[in-house]
Design a binder for this molecule. Structure first.
Ligand SMILES: C[S@@+](CC[C@H](N)C(=O)[O-])C[C@H]1O[C@@H](n2cnc3c(N)ncnc32)[C@H](O)[C@@H]1O
Length: 204
């Protein structure tokens, strides 16, 4: 389990996440990985990719890290911290090929809306850390949050919407469902999805 856990970086420390792995290659991040169902299956499905799972709730973080260790996946690292400063301040530029944010806490009370993760400054930080052509997949069961997400993400000129099922992580047949997705699907709740790609710079 020690191999899987990465200590929380200092607030102003720009890290090189590739150093946390035994080899270099595409790097993916899942924010709020909960019990780690998606993270584990994604790591098993793509052993050539490196995955970071970030989760701030100690109970889920420990559960997920233990799960990764029990399954012996060597391409996962886990950090217990708030994902917002990690993306904004700790990650270097253009390091992620994919970012997954599935069922982020919706903070449904109006006076708590400001605590939501996906707001314009966070979107700007995501653009900074994605490689050109990098993908960001978002999924929620909360329609009000989804509308806000769509508004702030579509206002960003560096991100272009793609079909959720077109993205390499989401094709209909090999979609890896998250724990919350499975639960909500069984309850018959609607699930709202958005996938975007960071535009490539003009190379002329
Ligand atoms: C509703 S659960 C969804 C879990 C999982 N993504 C799924 O779809 O099954 C949201 C998770 O994100 C975690 N979380 C929320 N905000 C976070 C943040 N800013 N940084 C790290 N973890 C966060 C919560 O602790 C919780 O485990």
């Amino acid at each position: 389990m020690d191999d899987i856990i990465v200590n929380e970086p200092a607030a102003d420390d720009r890290v090189d996440p590739q150093c946390w792995f035994d080899s270099t290659g595409p790097l993916e991040l899942e924010i709020g990985c909960g019990k780690g169902g998606f993270l584990l299956r994604r790591a098993q499905q793509y052993p050539d990719r490196r995955l970071i799972g970030i989760e701030w709730a100690n109970k889920f973080y420990k559960y997920a890290a233990d799960r990764m260790a029990r399954w012996g996946v060597s391409n996962v690292r886990m950090i217990r911290m708030d994902a917002e400063p990690f993306v904004k301040f700790n990650l270097p530029d253009a390091c992620l090929t994919s970012l997954f944010v599935f069922h982020p806490d919706p903070w449904p009370k109006r006076r708590h809306n400001k605590r939501r993760l996906i707001q314009t400054p966070f979107v700007d930080a995501v653009v900074r850390v994605l490689v050109p052509g990098g993908l960001w997949a978002i999924q929620t069961d909360h329609v009000d949050y989804f509308e806000q997400i769509r508004e702030v993400v579509s206002a960003c000129p560096d991100l272009g919407e793609i079909g959720f099922d077109e993205a390499d992580f989401c094709t209909e047949n090999d979609r890896i469902e998250t724990n919350f997705e499975i639960k909500y699907r069984r309850e018959g709740r609607a699930i709202y999805r958005l996938a975007v790609k960071k535009t490539q710079p003009n190379l002329c």
